[in-house]
Design a protein around this ligand. Sequence first.
Ligand SMILES: [Zn+2]
Length: 987
Amino acid sequence: MNPLTEFCVGEVVDGFRIEQIEPLPDLRAVAIRAEHQQSGAKVLHVFTATDSENCLAITLPTPPPDDTGLPHILEHSVLGGSKKFPVREPFFEMVKMSMATFINAMTAQAFTVYPVASNVKQDFFNLGEVYLDAVFHPELKEDTFRREGHHLTLADNADLTSPLKVSGIVYNEMKGAYSSPESLMYELVGNHLYPDTPLGRNSGGNPERIPELTYQQFRQFHADRYHPSNALIFIYGDIPTAEHFRFLTPVLNEFNRRPVSLTTPRQPRWPVPRRLEKEYPIDATEDTVKRSFFTLNWLVGNALDPSLLNDWEVLTRLLIGNDAAPLKKALVDSQLGTDVFFAGTWAAAYEQEFHIGLKGSEPDRADAFERLVLDTLSHIAAEPFPRARVEAAFQQLAYDTLEVKTLFPLLLLNVVNAAWPFGADPLPFLRFKEDLAACRQRWETDPGRFNRLIRTGLLDNSHRLCVVLRPDRELQMRADAAFTKKMAEQRSKLGAQQIAAIAQTASALQAAQGVPNSPAALAKLPQLKASDLPAKPQHIPTNVGQVAGITVLRNDVFANGINYLELCVDLAGLPVELYNWLTRYTDAFNKMGAAGQNFATIADRRTACTGGLWSNTTIWKHATDSSRTVRQMRFGLKTLDDEAEKAFGLLGDLIFAVDPRDRDRLSDVMTQTRAAYRTTLVNDGLGTARRQAAHGLSREAAIEHLFFSPAALRVVEELTGNFDKHADEIMQNVERIRDFLLRARWTVSFTGSDSVFRTLTRTLEQWATRLSNKTIEDVLPAFQPFATPPREGLAGPMLVANCAKVMSAPHLAHPDVPLFELGVYLANFDYLLPEIRFKGNAYGGGARYSDALGVLMLYSFRDPHIVETLATFDGLRAYIAAQHWSQTDIDRAIIGSAKEEQKPIRPGAATGSALTQHLRGDTNEQREQRYAAMLRATPIGVKETLLRVLDANEARSAICVVSSREKLDEANQKLGGNSLSVSNILL
Ligand SMILES: [Zn+2]
């Protein structure tokens, strides 16, 4: 059906007046805009016959009235039960039992959006029905507000003398967000660049202000904002528009149009730049050296003007697009800090910004930083940009217009929501290819325009904010003391009865979360049946062939003019002592020069002919042989048809001749690596906890731990701190790995055009002549299983906890796996998530089986609790033993699990997945067998399997909790003889 002939503009169909029909040839789509006459709801359908991943998203402009996080708390609560579906947490029930490829809700600076997507038509409408009812008819009970937002509780509700506290899911989530200097920087810049408009308020919620929000304000905000007249409904996919109209009409007919006011007040521009100095908390025992952050931030213009956006995207790539780009290079070379951060152009709602920042510095260098940025910008503005650099910047942007990424519908939604919620026409934003061509045309006729933009947009623009963020060892203590005092004051004003009431309400709130939805309530939710599922999992269409002794997979997936290549080199036979150096090799590959060219030249070649070129190390258990560890160095790139030959040439130069000998550059790279380790180990506290707990449970986990862990950071600290002593050692070992790779077995996966495949074939034939295929004796790094699985605490600068309990689990080929996975699914959604998130108010928690590492992990993150969460982990077995699941419960788990096997196949992800499956020996037949076994699952089978796995492995679980020193000490007092042995993440 072609919508161009289906309707005409002005026609009214099912209550919708068609306002505009526009072809979008680059998306192979047509845009249909319509307005629902009675309710005033606006619809934009991007119809494409070629994509079955349909998406529905309801967007509501919700500029925040204050800093209490009102839009964010409402976003959480709306999904907590509605008129047609009075189920507790219908959102999590639908996550659990639908085929959704995406289901979530997001609070942006000035709007809230509720998107769902599915590859299965009936499922798509089921999800849409639940979401529309949630948005327009949520229950918004006071308990939901208290749980999601904030409520008072006693530290121990059974002890009426214990201190008063605040809890709430958003409250804890935002405390987590305010823990890290990076996200604090983000909040500060947003708040202070727009001091006079709603854009300066915090839509997520400042934890200090969240407790001020009342239930009344919360309900009123919903009544004001969540009305169809204020709603923008975006639809994408291959279901005809008329069907969407028929589906939406009954919902929208319940409402009458009303006037909505949409204002987008602009921040008055400053006559002079401003500076803001703030502290962020670090632990009393931590070093403050090189821990300060600077950013320079400009408000550069109207984000609703698509041509301005492209100009800034191009200029940003010219200034900081790669390591050779002049502004980035000047900052790194200056040694004022360890690395560039917070750099780029992005929009805060309808205002466009440009940012550049530096991390790992000292407070007294802020002036030097600001001067250096401004001086460098003046120098850059004075010289014409080399033509090749501008070409490369345009080429980089072309990938954004062509690439069919995973969750493609969500990408389009984001593009539309860059304009639509602010009253601007979204269609020009969807014509990115034409826009980019126009931008290029402007540059061709006026080559000095980007130089001028530096002057007018940055150097002569006084709406500039410099933020200095420095570490403060006492800040957390002061904040904690102030909070304790405030709570004590509040408590002293309450009578014994009021205290008892707080304890009782808080316990009741907690207890209510533990009651599962009744089967009758659940039955109201629309759902697929297990019998509706496809009989087989989806397979990537792959042809396996040989080119000059190299195995080549060719994937037949539509790639829209982009070519994807991944190349794996088998690490079997790598000398054992070199495992420690693999991450230094990938650093060198990603950041150093090669084949006689320095890193800046190589960086320019990367941006000139690829849309990304990277390497990393991957480790999995083999899919059928439990004793085999598959270890691969993986390289990947994407490239356009015309650039493929050059891209393969660059990849070859790097693999055959990466050069770690530029000492100064290597020193900079090590400094950046150290900074990245320090940041990520803390910010991804759960990842740190998980790797630490797993490393004595399987050989694969041990190797991962070798690459990235507090122990790996110690090694990096030593190499960086005593660089002169270690430089030769680093260089030699990088070269040894480089030379080893030329003797090992190669496997290639490719998705893209025929002509590029021919180029690839020729390239591989050439490369093969330079490889020496020797059989190499394989020795694995020594694996030290835990003698006694440890209970560890890792202390770092953060306000919340991340807990992990990890145990061994069956190998992927074991017949238990399909039912075990269903059991883990049920344990996750029916026990761990309710206990840890709904009752415990952590941001997240659950269970996950990693077949790559052969472990099961129970986890929580951004969690206010430690002792309680560990007890929840320990209670899993008893919970499972007490369950009497019905076949309906099992079917829901089957549908929820099957979606992993039924996802849309997108070219980039398919290239990597096909390669992984091939190298692990995970054949289509095995995947089909596991899928079929899952479809046959019975309640008793699932229960017995999960109990069998827990009984065999749980006694030898390892525990790791990543949190603050204070929280760990506090937990240890309660844990008594079972305490955690605590050490620091950072030195
Ligand atoms: Zn949230």
